[in-house]
Design a binder for this molecule. Structure first.
Ligand code: PHB
Length: 394
C-alpha cells in the first residue's frame, strides 16, 4: 500500500518550496525538477546482457557528469521490455503516459522498436535508439523526435558483403532469425556482396529466439557456397557459433559483428577465426576508447562491447541536446538541431549524424582471435544508411 501520510517536516518544506516557487518563472520551476529518462530495454531473455551493458554505460556517463545534463538532474526509470514486440505498445504507453518520461532511450530488438514507434512519434517524446537497427526508423518512418545512436541493420552486414565480394568470394548463403533485424541485415549483406561480384544463393531462417539450428546447418554442404553469412546476437549467437563449429562444416562463417560481440568468452574455441564487420572492435586505438574501456571494466566487472558503446553514445547525444537548450526540452527545434549536428567523440571513433538522424560511421572488419574481435581493417569508411524515403529536412 502506498503511504500517503506526509511528515510535518516534508509538509513544511513543501510549503516553503511553494512560497519560493511563486517568485520563480515557470521554466525555472520546470528546470528544478529532475528530467525523467525512461530506459526501455531487455533485462531478461536472449538479449538481457545487451540491455544491461547499455544501462551500465548510460549510468557511467551520468556519473561522469555529476548526475546532471544541461543543468538538469537526471532520473532514470527502467522497464524490462523482454524483447517481446507484442508487449511494445503497452510498455511504451506505460513509460510515456503513466511514468511521464521526458525522454525515452529504447530499445534493442527491432520488432519491439517498430511496435513502439507509433506511440513515440504520436507523443513527440524525444527517443534515442541505443541499439535496434530496424531500418524504417530512419528511412520511411523517420521522425524529428527519433534519433539513433547505434546503427541501421543494413550497415554492418553491408560492410561484410562488400569485403567478401572484393576478396573474390562468389557464392554465399545467409542464415538468421526470421524477424526485421535478420532480414534487413540479409538485405545489406546481399547488396554489398552482389555489388562486388558475389551472389547470395540461399537465405535460411528460424523463428526468433529459437536455437534449434541443426535443420539449417544440415543444408549447408548441399548449397555449394563458399561462405555462410549470419545475423544472430546475444545468447542465441553463443549457441549458433558453437553448433556451427560442432557441425564440422568446411564453409567459413562470417557475419554482422553481433555474431561474436560480447559473447566470445562463452563461444570459446568455436569462434576462433570468424570474420565479421561492425562499427566497433577490439584494438581500436583512440584515447576515448582507452579511458572508456577502463572505466566500464571497473564499473561492470567485464569488458565493454558495442552495446556499452552505444549506451554511452546515446547518453552523450542526449547531453549535447540538453546542453544546447540548457535543459529545456520545450525548445524542440534547437534541441533537435543540436542533436542532428552533433559530432561525437565515440569510443568507436568520431561519429556524426545523417539527415535521417542515423549514425554515419566506419564499419570495421574484425577477426575473432584469442577471445578478441581484433580489428583488421575498415570495410567501408564513413558509411551512412541510405535513409530511403525519409523526408526530414535539416
Ligand atoms: C535488432 O533486433 O535490431 C538487434 C538485436 C540485437 C543485435 C543487433 C540488432 O545485436
Amino acid at each position: 500500500m502506498p503511504n500517503f501520510r506526509i511528515s510535518r517536516r516534508a509538509a513544511l518544506s513543501s510549503t516553503a518550496a511553494l512560497a519560493a516557487s511563486a517568485a520563480l518563472p515557470r521554466f525555472a520551476i520546470a528546470q528544478a525538477k529532475p528530467l525523467k529518462v525512461g530506459l526501455m530495454l531487455p533485462y531478461s531473455g536472449t538479449f538481457a546482457q545487451l540491455g544491461e551493458n547499455i544501462t551500465i554505460a548510460i549510468e557511467m556517463y551520468l556519473a561522469e557528469k555529476g548526475g546532471k545534463l544541461g543543468g538538469r538532474e537526471i532520473q532514470l526509470v527502467k522497464l524490462d521490455d523482454e524483447s517481446k514486440p507484442e508487449l511494445g505498445p503497452q510498455n511504451a504507453d506505460r513509460m510515456i503516459k503513466r511514468d511521464n518520461v521526458d525522454v525515452l532511450i529504447g530499445t534493442v530488438h527491432s520488432g519491439v522498436q517498430m511496435a513502439i514507434h507509433k506511440a513515440v512519434t504520436e507523443s513527440g517524446t524525444l527517443c534515442i535508439v541505443p541499439n535496434a537497427g530496424a531500418v524504417a526508423v530512419t528511412r520511411n518512418l523517420c521522425a524529428k523526435n527519433v534519433f539513433r545512436a547505434s546503427f541501421s541493420n543494413w550497415q554492418p552486414a553491408y560492410g561484410m558483403g562488400v569485403a567478401l565480394g572484393k576478396r573474390g568470394v562468389k557464392k554465399a548463403a545467409w542464415m538468421t532469425w526470421d524477424y526485421a533485424a535478420g532480414a534487413e541485415s540479409g538485405e545489406g549483406f546481399k547488396q554489398g556482396f552482389e555489388a562486388n561480384g558475389g551472389q547470395v544463393v540461399q537465405v535460411l531462417t528460424l523463428k526468433f529466439p529459437e536455437t534449434n539450428f541443426q535443420p539449417l546447418l544440415a543444408q549447408v554442404p548441399g548449397l555449394g557456397v563458399d561462405a555462410v553469412g549470419a545475423f544472430f546476437a546475444g545468447g542465441g549467437a553463443i549457441n549458433f557459433v558453437k553448433d556451427y563449429a560442432a557441425a564440422g562444416l568446411k564453409v567459413p562463417l562470417v557475419g554482422s559483428g553481433f555474431l561474436t560481440e560480447g559473447v566470445l568468452g562463452p563461444q570459446g574455441a568455436a569462434a576462433e577465426g570468424i570474420e565479421t564487420a561492425l562499427h566497433y572492435g577490439d584494438g581500436l586505438e583512440n584515447p576515448r576508447n582507452t579511458s572508456f574501456r577502463a572505466a566500464f571494466k571497473s564499473r561492470a566487472g567485464r569488458d565493454a562491447d558495442v552495446y556499452a558503446v552505444q549506451g554511452y553514445d546515446s547518453a552523450q547525444l542526449l547531453g549535447i541536446g540538453l546542453e544546447a537548450v540548457k535543459g529545456n526540452l520545450d525548445n524542440e527545434a534547437a534541441l533537435h538541431k543540436a542533436m542532428r549536428e552533433a559530432r561525437i567523440d565515440s569510443p568507436r571513433g568520431p561519429i556524426s549524424f545523417s539527415k535521417s538522424q542515423e549514425v554515419v560511421q566506419n564499419i570495421y572488419l574484425r577477426k575473432a582471435s584469442g577471445g578478441l574481435n581484433k580489428v583488421t581493417g575498415v570495410a567501408v569508411e564513413n558509411l551512412a544508411d541510405p535513409g530511403t524515403g525519409c523526408k526530414l529536412s535539416s
